[in-house]
Design a protein around this ligand. Structure first.
Ligand code: MSP
Length: 469
């Protein structure tokens, strides 16, 4: 069976993992679990983007050799991913010798589309990227993301001739051969593509020391984006190995800010290499805190560890997968988080506790998990509306709560114990069927629920699933 391949953006390792990164991982993990649930074999890549000036400077600030610094931070990201209950199959680090060698080979294979030229323009050191004069003027000379003035740079660079690929990229995106979700971002990007100039893909070594050298020109290192984008195929072994088992990717997941690199430069590289384009690009929104962009300068960054420590992993996944839209921005506040946790505890935690207690009292034994079709759910999952698919499951949970209240099996047990047992058995079977999909979002909780209600003897958990703090 061919594998389906899902990718996540590889974060820069100059800082700690944050909520934005968590979003990439949670969405990828949910998609992976869903595709496996549908019977597919899935490969999920994660990794770290370890080159470039920001990282080089940060290591120097901390008085660490750069490699040591990135080693420490790459480990932090791996630990972080595990702490989210996310399972990847491959982890790529851009400083690994295999990646660097493969990157150079990729460059060489693209050389028909690469030329050297002098460049002068506005550059953001935070983004490690040039901006157009229009962007510079619109932003009044300052990067809105990094709150730093753009600097004028002039240098010799290698360029990737985007013009060679523009028509192919446009038609692939327009026809959804490379499908961008959400569709408003597709429109946005197609507009941007019109004026997309050739991209500079190297930096003089005096400016950026920490990077992959350009083949045949030791005075230049590769621009961090070329090196970073290549990760999606170097991790599969390209060009040493035939990657057709996994490539093209089924879905590449990125934040909205980096969609343009993935919809522009990346397809250009792929076409230049004679490789097919990924089938889907999913751009998620940004997580804000109290309505504001997270920023160290503003001092409003909330560490994911603090949120995880509050009510555990299920509460974290529940909030960010149900109350954050898959494709739009979402806001985190502690109040919203508490409300979300209470909902989880009241709707699902109580249901499990109540139903298991009633089953125990009425000697109802564990049931089998029924596979049921849910076309509405599938439809939303396939459209990358994971939060709406999650809502559908939650409607099912609320329905079960209502049924218990209405059918009052505890009262029925006094007069018609057989009927009470039948009511409870139906409730258990229905809960297990919903839970089978709930597991995609809340794997740990789903496993616990399945264990409770499939056991020979149903018993409520010794500690409730979601204890009141
Ligand atoms: N290194 C590049 C990606 C290279 S992929 C070939 C990069 N790194 S990053 O650390 O800045 O961002 C990693 C991911 O986190 C991106 O998908 C980015 O969009 C996402 N997020 C960063 N901040 C975010 C939020 N506040 N909210 C949601 N996601 C955001 O870009």
């Amino acid at each position: 069976m061919k594998e389906s391949y899902i990718t996540t953006a590889i974060p820069y390792v100059n800082g700690n993992p944050h909520l934005g990164h968590a979003m990439d991982y949670l969405l990828a993990d949910t998609l992976r679990r869903y595709m496996m649930y549908c019977g597919e074999k899935v490969r999920l890549q994660a990794g770290t983007d370890e080159h470039g000036n920001k990282i080089f400077k940060k290591a120097a600030e901390q008085g660490l050799p750069t490699q040591e610094f990135v080693d420490i931070n790459a480990q932090k990201f791996q630990d972080f991913i595990h702490s989210l209950g996310v399972e990847y199959t491959d982890f790529i680090r851009t400083t690994s010798p295999d990646h660097e060698r493969r990157c150079r080979e990729i460059w060489t294979r693209l050389s028909d589309h690469i030329y050297k030229d002098k460049y002068e323009g506005w550059y953001c050191e935070g983004c490690e990227s040039y901006v157009t004069s229009k962007e510079h003027d619109n932003n009044h000379g300052e990067c809105p993301d990094h709150k730093k003035p753009y600097v004028k740079l002039s240098e010799e660079n290698y360029y990737l001739r985007i013009a060679d690929f523009k028509d192919d990229i446009r038609s692939a995106i327009e026809s959804d051969e490379l499908k961008i979700t959400p569709s408003f971002r597709k429109k946005e990007f197609l507009n941007l593509l019109k004026d997309m100039p050739d991209v500079s893909i190297s930096r003089p070594k005096e400016q950026v020391e920490w990077g992959v050298s350009v083949p045949g020109d030791d005075s230049q290192v590769m621009y961090v984006w070329i090196d970073a984008l290549a990760n999606y195929i170097t991790v599969l072994g390209f060009p040493d190995k035939d990657i057709s088992e996994d490539w093209p990717a089924h879905t590449q997941i990125v934040g909205k800010d980096i969609l343009r690199f993935h919809a522009g430069i990346w397809p250009a590289m792929l076409i230049g290499l004679g490789l097919p384009l990924p089938r889907n690009l999913l751009a998620h929104g940004f997580i804000t805190v109290n309505g504001e962009k997270m920023s160290k300068t503003v001092g409003n960054v909330i560490a994911p560890e603090d949120i995880l420590a509050k009510h555990g992993l299920a509460a974290f996944r529940y909030f960010f997968l149900r109350h954050a839209s898959t494709t739009d921005d979402a806001d985190f506040t502690w109040d919203k988080y508490e409300a979300s946790y209470n909902e989880l505890a009241n709707d699902l935690g109580n249901l499990v506790q109540r139903l298991a207690t009633l089953c125990e009292k009425n000697a109802v034994v564990g049931q089998k998990v029924e596979q049921r079709a849910n076309p509405d759910f599938d439809d939303h999952m396939k459209k990358y509306e994971f939060n709406i698919a999650f809502d559908i499951l939650w409607d099912g949970i609320s329905e079960l709560n209502k049924r218990i209240d209405l059918e009052k099996p505890w009262a029925l047990a006094k007069t018609h114990p057989d009927k009470a047992r039948d009511v409870l058995i139906k409730l258990v079977i229905d809960l297990l069927a919903i839970n089978n999909r709930l597991k995609l979002f809340l794997p740990e909780t789903g496993e616990r629920i399945e264990t409770i209600f499939t056991a020979t003897k149903i018993q409520p958990p010794a500690t409730p699933l979601f204890p009141k703090a």
